[in-house]
Ligand binder design. Structure first.
Ligand SMILES: [Zn+2]
Length: 77
């Protein structure tokens, strides 16, 4: 996922913006992230040697983000 909602600051975060926060700022928020569509718990994955930073979430069944017919680009994985 490229976008999550942070309950700590009520803000939608893009993964690149989130990743550029200071470590302390990330730690304040990373346990309060949820899917913007279903509210399922979301997680931040730091970049690794061969991977870019990303968000992932435990979506609630029927969540729009994981429904193939959903077309809005902002929800694309
Ligand atoms: Zn979801």
């Amino acid at each position: 996922m490229r976008l999550v909602l942070c309950l700590a600051d009520k803000k939608e975060w893009k993964v690149d913006d989130f990743n550029s926060l200071a470590r302390q700022e990330i730690n304040l928020r990373r346990s309060r992230l949820v899917c913007i569509a279903c509210g399922g718990k979301a997680y931040f994955r730091r970049s690794g040697r061969n991977t870019r930073p990303s968000f992932w979430a435990r979506h609630i069944a029927g969540c729009k983000v994981v429904t193939p017919t959903w077309s809005a680009f902002r929800y694309l994985q």
